[in-house]
Design a protein. Structure first.
Length: 340
C-alpha cells in the first residue's frame, strides 16, 4: 500500500511538472508574439514594414510604379527614405523593408516568401555591400521566422551547409517567435538596463578594411545575381542592386558591377567607395551619419529615376549565368581561395 501511494504521488508530480513546463513554453511564446513587437521600437518598425511590403502592388491599379526597397542597416542608415519617398511620390509607390544583419541568402529567401504571400512590386531594389553578397550565411533563427518559408527550409539548410543541429534550430525558429527572437529579446532587456551600451558598441565598431579582390567578387556573385534575377523576373518585376559607399576604396564593387553587366542585371553605386571622408560616417567607415546619408540620398534619387526610365536589353544564355555544375564548382573554389 505505501508503495502504491508513493508511485501515485510520483506520477502526479511528474504530470504537474510536465504541465508546468508546457505552460511556461506557451507563456513565453505568447509574450514574444503579443508583446515584443509592441515593446521594441525596432521590432515594431520591422513588423509594420513587413505588412506594407507583402501588400505592395496587390491593390487596384493606381497608375504608379510599385517599388520595393529591401536590405539591412545600410538601407536604414545610408538612405533618407522619407526624402526619397517625397521625391518620387508622384510616380512611385515606394516602400521599404529593412531587417538588420542580413545577407544575400536572407533576401533571396525573403523575397521568395514575400512573392508567395502576395507582394507584386514592379521593381525590387536590394541594397547590400559586396561582402554581404559573397558571404554564405544568413541571420540564422531570426530570419527563419521572419524571412524564410517553411517549404524552403531544406533548400536554405543545403545552401548554407548547415549541420543537422543547425538545421533543427532553423526549423524550430520557423514556428516559434520566442526561439527566433530570443537573442533580440535579451538585447532589448540589456539595452534598457544599460541604455548607453548601444552608443558604446557603435563607437567601438570597426569596419573590415581587408581588401577584397574584384575578380573574386565577380566569380562569387555571378550565380547569385543570376539566381535572384531569375526569381524576381519570374514574378514580372525588375531587379535593381544598389551598392553603398563605404570608406574602403577596395570594396570589390568593380568586380560586382562587371558581373552585373554580363548578366544584364541593373546595378548602381551612386557614390563610389572611398569618396567620403570618415567625418561622414557614424562608425569606422561603413554606416553613414545623417550628413553622409543626406548626400548619398541626393545622388541615389536621380540614379533610380534614370533606371526606372530605361529598359534592360535581352540577355543571352551565357550572359544569364547558365553554366555547368563543373564550371560553377571550379568558380566557387577559386572565389573562396581568393577571398581568404
Amino acid at each position: 500500500m505505501p508503495s502504491f501511494t508513493s508511485s501515485s504521488r510520483l506520477r502526479r508530480a511528474t504530470w504537474l511538472l510536465l504541465a508546468g513546463c508546457i505552460a511556461v513554453v506557451f507563456g513565453v511564446e505568447a509574450v514574444a508574439r503579443l508583446g515584443f513587437d509592441r515593446a521594441s521600437k525596432i521590432q515594431r518598425r520591422m513588423a509594420d514594414e513587413y505588412r506594407m511590403a507583402r501588400t505592395i502592388g496587390s491593390g487596384p491599379p493606381a497608375g504608379r510604379t510599385h517599388v520595393l526597397f529591401v536590405g539591412n542597416s545600410l538601407l536604414d542608415e545610408d538612405v533618407r527614405f522619407d526624402r526619397l519617398q517625397d521625391a518620387v511620390a508622384p510616380q512611385w509607390d515606394a516602400r521599404r523593408f529593412v531587417v538588420e544583419q542580413t545577407f544575400y541568402y536572407d533576401w533571396y529567401y525573403g523575397l521568395k516568401r514575400l512573392f508567395a504571400e502576395g507582394a507584386r512590386p514592379d521593381i525590387v531594389v536590394l541594397m547590400l555591400s559586396t561582402r554581404q553578397w559573397v558571404r554564405t550565411e544568413m541571420r540564422g533563427d531570426y530570419s527563419a521566422y521572419y524571412l524564410l518559408s517553411t517549404r524552403d527550409l531544406a533548400d536554405a539548410a543545403r545552401d548554407l551547409n548547415l549541420s543537422a543541429t543547425q538545421a533543427s534550430s532553423l526549423a524550430f525558429a520557423n514556428v516559434s517567435k520566442f526561439w527566433a527572437a530570443r537573442a533580440e529579446m535579451r538585447n532589448f532587456v540589456i539595452g534598457h538596463l544599460m541604455p548607453d551600451l548601444g552608443r558604446l558598441m557603435g563607437f567601438s565598431s570597426v569596419a573590415d578594411v581587408t581588401p577584397i579582390e574584384d575578380d573574386a567578387v565577380a566569380l562569387s556573385v555571378s550565380e547569385r545575381l543570376a539566381r535572384l534575377n531569375a526569381l524576381v523576373s519570374s514574378r514580372g518585376a525588375r531587379l535593381v542592386i544598389v551598392l553603398p559607399a563605404i570608406a574602403n576604396i577596395q570594396d570589390g564593387s568593380a568586380g560586382f558591377m562587371r558581373a552585373a553587366r554580363e548578366l544584364n542585371v541593373t546595378a548602381v553605386q551612386p557614390v563610389a567607395s572611398g569618396t567620403y571622408g570618415l567625418h561622414l560616417y557614424r562608425d569606422a567607415g561603413f554606416h553613414l551619419n545623417p550628413e553622409g546619408a543626406a548626400s548619398f540620398t541626393e545622388q541615389l534619387i536621380p540614379a533610380l529615376r534614370r533606371i526606372a526610365d530605361s529598359r534592360p536589353g535581352p540577355a543571352s544564355a551565357s550572359e544569364a549565368g547558365l553554366r555547368t555544375d563543373l564550371q560553377l564548382d571550379q568558380e566557387h573554389i577559386l572565389a573562396e581561395r581568393a577571398l581568404r
